[in-house]
Design a protein around this ligand. Structure first.
Ligand code: ASP
Length: 292
């Protein structure tokens, strides 16, 4: 696959969208963020910095099931999962079952940049975040909020949502980032696909992938790296994502996958009812949608 000098960016706000719910605030937010991400990439920003920026903004907004919009587990407290991967170097960082970080994706990046590890979990992840000076939620009871389009009764169901971003920058480098509060009503200590490199997130020199959906099925299909391998084997990008989603569906799951390639292709596919999503490129206009 040949490199070019263009940029491409795509983001999702989760594939748990339900018809009939109001996602207007989410779509306005996605539009603003995608436009800003496009400007940053056009000005030469690195894909890694831009995907982190987009995910941080979604985590802080309270509009999605990630960061501030996360719901508590069955033990009554929020546990956050996030991961980030740099395609050119295949360096990666992740946090799992992390409590009360304002920007879990930045803590994941801290793991990547500042340690020799890929993933920190639970109490160790929180100690790392505290020691490194990452912002922590001071009063969890006041901080967390119901995300847009989610109703109070939903939190007793296995409803879910996640945020993610993928980019290829002007130098042809790819990056992916994904962050979540996980599925609603999850057991204490449950870890989904989001922080697992190769399941919820993947980036290599040719492609960047971010997944959303019922995470157990994305782990069991190694969804993100399967999409990359299918493209490497010659399958067209959108077909590759659909094939992985078919594998997920065969096991009983649903969700969505977004990906960009170093050649500047982009695909955003889902087999759930909807996926909040936006994309932009220097040769593609800004697109924002939740349903078809
Ligand atoms: N994949 C996430 C998880 O299972 C949830 C989601 O994407 O909506 O934790």
């Amino acid at each position: 696959m040949s490199k070019n000098k263009t940029y491409t960016f795509a983001m999702h706000g989760g594939a748990g969208a339900r018809p009939g719910r109001d996602y207007s605030r989410v779509e306005a937010h996605l539009e603003t963020l995608a436009a800003e991400a496009g400007q940053r990439l056009a000005s030469g920003a690195a894909a890694l910095d831009v995907v982190e920026f987009a995910v941080v903004e979604m985590e802080r907004s309270g509009l999605y099931v990630a960061g501030r919009g996360s719901a508590p587990n069955t033990a009554g407290y929020v546990e956050l999962d996030a991961s980030i991967m740099d395609g050119a170097t295949q360096r990666a960082g992740a946090v799992a079952s992390l409590r009360d970080a304002v920007q879990p994706i930045s803590v994941a990046r801290g793991v990547m940049d500042g340690t020799s590890h890929v993933m920190l979990a639970g109490a160790g992840a929180l100690s790392f975040a505290r020691e490194q000076g990452f912002a922590l939620v001071e009063n969890p009871n006041d901080y967390y909020t119901l995300p847009a389009g989610v109703e109070p009764d939903d939190i007793n169901e296995r409803m879910h949502g996640t945020v993610g971003a993928v980019a290829v920058d002007a130098s042809g480098s790819t990056a992916a980032a994904t962050s979540t509060g996980g599925t609603f009503a999850k057991l204490e200590g449950r870890v989904g696909d989001t922080p697992i490199i190769g399941a919820g997130t993947w980036a290599d020199p040719e492609i960047a992938v971010s997944c959303t959906g019922t995470g157990e099925f994305f782990i069991r299909t190694a969804a993100a790296v399967s999409a990359a391998n299918r493209v490497r084997a010659g399958q067209a990008l959108a077909d590759a994502l659909d094939s992985v989603l078919d594998d997920v569906a065969r096991l009983g799951g649903d969700g969505g996958i977004i990906a960009v390639t170093a050649a500047g292709e982009k695909a955003m596919r889902y087999n759930s009812e909807g996926m909040k999503r936006a994309s932009i490129g220097d040769n593609a206009s800004l697109e924002v949608k939740t349903f078809e």
